[in-house]
Design a protein around this ligand. Sequence first.
Ligand code: HEM
Length: 406
Amino acid sequence: MSTEATTPPVFCAAHLLGSWDERHPQGAFVELAGQDAPVRPDGTLVVARREEMAEFLRHPAVRATDGVHYNMGAQRPLIPLDLDGDLHRKYRRLLDPLFTPKRVARLEETIRARTNALIDEFADKGEAELMSDLCATLPTHIFIDLLGLPTDDLPIFLEFKEAVVRPQGATLDEKQATMRAAGERMYAYLAKVLDERRAQPPCDDLIGGFLTVEVDGDRLCDAEIVDICYLLVIAGLDTVTCSLSCMFAWFAEHPDERRQVIADPALLGKAIEELMRFESPVPVGHRWVTEDIEVAGRRFPAGSMVEVVWAAANVDPAAFPDPMTVDFARPHNAHVGFAAGPHRCLGSNLARLELRVALEEFHTRIPEYEITPGEQVLYTNYGVRAAIHLPISFPATVMSGEAHDA
Ligand code: HEM
C-alpha cells in the first residue's frame, strides 16, 4: 500500500479548519469545541461541546433520521438506528439484554482463540501489517461466531462492509448505487440464512436469540431480524477494526505507556477508555430536528440537519481538562466514543471485550514492537478513523498461542 498522503473528502466541520491534520486530528477537534455555535459553510448546524451535546440528544424533537433516507444503502429503516421514540425504545428493550457484559462474556474464549490464530500467522516473521493481518479480520470472525454463521461466509461480510462503509464510485450517485447493490446482496443472504435456521433445531447464538425472543408478546418477523442483522454488520465490524488499529498504532508509538499497561494489566481497561476518548474512532453522527427548539441557549429550527461531532466533545476542555494529554488515570472519563443519548452504542460491551482481549493476547506474545523503521502509519478519518497502513516490526517468536496457553 502506498504511504503517499491523499486528499480525503471533507466529511465534518473539523475537516474544514486550518488546524486539520489527518494523522493527529485532535487539535482541530479542540478548536471546533472552542467555537460558539459552529455552522458549516453549507449552513449545517454543528454541535461540538460535551454538555450541549448531552442536552441536545436528550431532546424529544431530535431524531436519528429525516424519516426518508436510511443509513448505508438500506431499503428500510435499520433497527434500531433509524427509529425513534417508542418504537426505538421497544427494540432497545429487546436487544439490550442480548448485549450485556455477562452475555457477551460467553465469547471471551472464542475471541482469545481467534486472536491467537491470527497472531500465529505472523509471529515468527518479526513484522506484520497489523491492519490487514489482524484488525480487519478479527471482528468479522467474532461477528460470525456471535451470529452462529459458517466461517466460510467471512468474505461475504468483508465485501459488504467495504462496499457500504467506503463505497466505490466517482460521484455520490455512483457511490449510492454501489451501496444499494451491496445492500441487496446482504438482504438476500440474510433471508436465506433465516430460512435455513428456521428449519433447524434452535441454537444458543444471536440468530437463535432473535428467532425466540419476544417484544410485547410478539415474535420478530424475518424482515425485522434482517433489518437488525444488517445494522449489526455495519455497526459492529468496521468500528472495532478501526478502533483496534488506532490503539495498536498509538501503543506502537508510545512504548513507555505500553510497558506500563503490560506491567500492570489492571490499567488496560482505563487505557482503552482513554484511547476511545482521544482517538474517537467514530468522529461524527447526524441528527434531524422536527420542531423549533432551543438547547443550551441556541436555536435549532424545525427541519434542520445537525452534525454531532463526538470527536470534538471528547476533547472539549470544559469536560476533559488537558484534553490533548492521554492520561490513563483520568478521573470521570465520560467520553462519547460510543455516542450518547437514546442511540448510544448497543454493542459497546462486546466492543470493549474484543479490544481488551485482542490487546491482552497481542501484548502477551509480542510486548515489544515499533512502527517499521522508514515506514509511517497512514490514517484515514473519513467515516471511521483508522490506521489503514500499520507496518510494525518486533523480535520474531515461534511460540504459538496454544503453546503460550499451556
Ligand atoms: C469500538 C467499536 C465501536 C464504536 C466506536 C461504536 C460507536 C457507535 C456510535 C458512535 C454509535 C451511534 C451512532 C449514531 O447515533 O449516529 C453506535 C451505535 C450503535 N452501535 Fe456501535 N460502536 C462500536 C461497536 C459496536 C458493536 C461491536 C456492535 C454490535 C455488534 C455495535 C452496534 C451498534 C448499534 C446496533 C448501534 C445503534 C444503536 C441505536 O440506534 O440505538 N457497535 N455505535
